[in-house]
Design a binder for this molecule. Structure first.
Ligand SMILES: *[C@@H]1O[C@H](CO)[C@@H](O)[C@H](O)[C@H]1NC(C)=O
Ligand SMILES: *[C@@H]1O[C@H](CO)[C@@H](O)[C@H](O)[C@H]1NC(C)=O
Ligand SMILES: *[C@@H]1O[C@H](CO)[C@@H](O)[C@H](O)[C@H]1NC(C)=O
Ligand SMILES: *[C@@H]1O[C@H](CO)[C@@H](O)[C@H](O)[C@H]1NC(C)=O
Ligand SMILES: *[C@@H]1O[C@H](CO)[C@@H](O)[C@H](O)[C@H]1NC(C)=O
Ligand SMILES: *[C@@H]1O[C@H](CO)[C@@H](O)[C@H](O)[C@H]1NC(C)=O
Ligand SMILES: *[C@@H]1O[C@H](CO)[C@@H](O)[C@H](O)[C@H]1NC(C)=O
Ligand SMILES: *[C@@H]1O[C@H](CO)[C@@H](O)[C@H](O)[C@H]1NC(C)=O
Ligand SMILES: *[C@@H]1O[C@H](CO)[C@@H](O)[C@H](O)[C@H]1NC(C)=O
Ligand SMILES: *[C@@H]1O[C@H](CO)[C@@H](O)[C@H](O)[C@H]1NC(C)=O
Length: 430
């Protein structure tokens, strides 16, 4: 024991001394840039600052509007970025739709990115003034009369890819043409204070959802991600938790309009398993807004997998993928007139004759839910007859449906469900 302690202490001394002898004083590395203005292009000066100070330095992007006209990657290590200003992506739709002008680092559905941040141990603080302007209105108007498809090249506004230990703080994304955020193939990323707003202002489209696919975030192949203090106004998923998202901490999320919070879609790739594990979500509000601005407020929280049959291929088709969703808690939820408070289905992209999905959902806990649903279908959990669901737990679940109508609770192929104060209409096929 004594010799072991001696050994440890001599190692400590050794490291202490070597660290001291290697430490040499040097001036802190700081780069500061301000927008050029007058219609000039800021992309090159922003990239030059990041390339110079993005490793072991500080980069300051001053207040104002930076005109970004080309795809950008920021590779950051042991670095701090103060983004006081707004990165405004030039709305040249045909330019960005040319696949050589975006990155395709997000594997799922081959989605495009115009701005990728990668690296380790960095902070991007946008001080509640800075962030991204996606200039989405011309995009939404352009695509209002055209087919939209996954992987068609509409760019994700802000992509974190292959990052470890990162903090994104007080960051605003306005008018995203497509998804606001994606975190992919990353670990230890904290987003704290995120704003995303996709709101059509063209009176021609009042009352229509012309902002589909403006998801707040998609998480994919990432672990240990925190989503804290989000405010999302969109026409699609407020949050979408996709394959191989594990150890997620989600707190204080307000969603205005859209499809609600999604787990999925999952099982699109037959050759890969989509596993979602250990998600702790608390303090969520789903708020319907003026229907002239955004007509949809579809779900509270919903879960979706493709069927067990392969129909076409990704990015638009697919199915048949295995996987599991397990140990999910969704707690302290307030709903304001959503269509479907809780919905689970395993028939995404499928046909009635398809084989049932093999992807399993289990240990889902819904605690302390209140508020209102526009329909009387309060719970609709329809699990695959091939595998079923197990361990569905409700606690303090009080959602009011349409007045005068008996609430309906549907659960198909659910092995054990507890805590609802009315029986669930279970038709177990397994
Ligand atoms: C941004 O730069 C591009 C290319 O130089 C230019 O065409 C465009 O007008 C600029 N945008 C703004 C808002 O200044
Ligand atoms: C992380 O980066 C900061 C500078 O932003 C640096 O002070 C710190 O030592 C780095 N941590 C590690 C573990 O390298
Ligand atoms: C796409 O961009 C590349 C590189 O700038 C260019 O060579 C190509 O002609 C463009 N394609 C189209 C269809 O515009
Ligand atoms: C979103 O943007 C619209 C249009 O600019 C604005 O009217 C609305 O107040 C914004 N929503 C939030 C929650 O900031
Ligand atoms: C919740 O997040 C919003 C920003 O979306 C923030 O203004 C508010 O202070 C947060 N609430 C708490 C209790 O932290
Ligand atoms: C799975 O299939 C997709 C095509 O749908 C392919 O791009 C991918 O590389 C395959 N993944 C593996 C692990 O084989
Ligand atoms: C998810 O992780 C499992 C291994 O844990 C792997 O087999 C599978 O291919 C991954 N799926 C995706 C979509 O990357
Ligand atoms: C379930 O997930 C929570 C975090 O959300 C974690 O603390 C807990 O240990 C997990 N339970 C199991 C059985 O893994
Ligand atoms: C239940 O959720 C509401 C928000 O919807 C919150 O105000 C309340 O404090 C929660 N109750 C408990 C016991 O956590
Ligand atoms: C349960 O299902 C049966 C058969 O589909 C239906 O007749 C009945 O109305 C349902 N009850 C509730 C409470 O939804």
């Amino acid at each position: 024991m004594k010799s072991l302690l001696l050994l440890i202490s001599s190692f400590a001394t050794l490291f202490g001394v070597s660290a001291l002898s290697e430490a040499k004083p040097h001036a802190p590395l700081v780069c500061s840039v301000r927008p050029k203005g007058h219609g000039a292009d800021d992309t090159d000066q922003v990239l030059a600052a990041i390339n110079k100070c993005g490793h072991s330095g500080t980069t300051i992007l001053e207040a104002g509007t930076f005109n970004i006209t080309k795809k950008m990657t920021w590779d950051l290590a042991d670095s701090h970025v103060d983004l006081h200003g707004v990165l405004s992506f030039n709305p040249d739709i045909q330019f960005w739709l040319n696949s050589s002008n975006t990155y395709r680092v997000v594997f799922i559905q081959s989605q495009a990115s115009w701005f990728v941040v990668t690296g380790k141990n960095f902070t991007i603080d946008a001080h509640n003034t800075g962030g991204i302007n996606g200039n989405g209105q011309p995009w939404w108007s352009f695509f209002a009369t055209r087919t939209r498809a996954d992987g068609d090249g509409r760019p994700i506004s802000f992509t974190i890819w292959r990052a470890t230990t990162a903090l994104i703080k007080n960051f605003r994304i306005t008018s995203p043409p497509f998804w606001c955020n994606t975190v992919a193939e990353s670990r230890g990323v904290v987003y704290d204070g995120m704003y995303c707003n996709a709101t059509n202002t063209d009176p021609q489209f009042a009352g229509q959802n012309v902002v589909p696919n403006t998801d707040g975030i998609n998480t994919y192949r990432s672990s240990d991600v925190s989503l804290l203090n989000w405010d999302v106004t969109c026409g699609d998923d407020c949050l979408a938790i996709k394959g191989n998202s594990t150890e997620l901490t989600i707190r204080n999320i307000t969603c205005h309009g859209g499809n609600g919070i999604a787990f999925g879609s999952l099982g699109q790739y037959a050759n890969m398993s989509d596993n979602v594990l250990n998600v702790d979500m608390q303090d969520v509000r789903m708020m319907r807004i003026d229907s002239k601005v955004q007509p949809n407020m579809n779900n509270g929280v919903y879960f979706k997998s493709w069927t067990g049959t392969v129909n076409g291929s990704p990015p638009t088709g697919g199915g048949g993928g295995p996987g599991f969703v397990n140990n999910i808690t969704v707690k302290n939820v307030l709903l304001d007139r959503v269509n479907a408070p809780i919905h689970l289905y395993q028939t995404n992209g499928g046909h009635s004759a398809d084989a049932p999905s093999q992807l399993t959902f289990g240990d889902l806990k819904f605690a302390n839910w209140s508020g209102t649903s526009l329909t009387n279908k309060i719970v609709d959990i329809e699990c695959s007859p091939a595998v079923g669901c197990s361990g569905i737990l409700f606690e303090d679940f009080n959602i009011d449906g349409l007045s005068g109508q008996t609430p309906r609770f549907i659960c198909k192929n659910v092995q054990d469900l507890t805590g609802l104060d009315a029986p669930c209409n279970a038709t177990s096929l397994i």
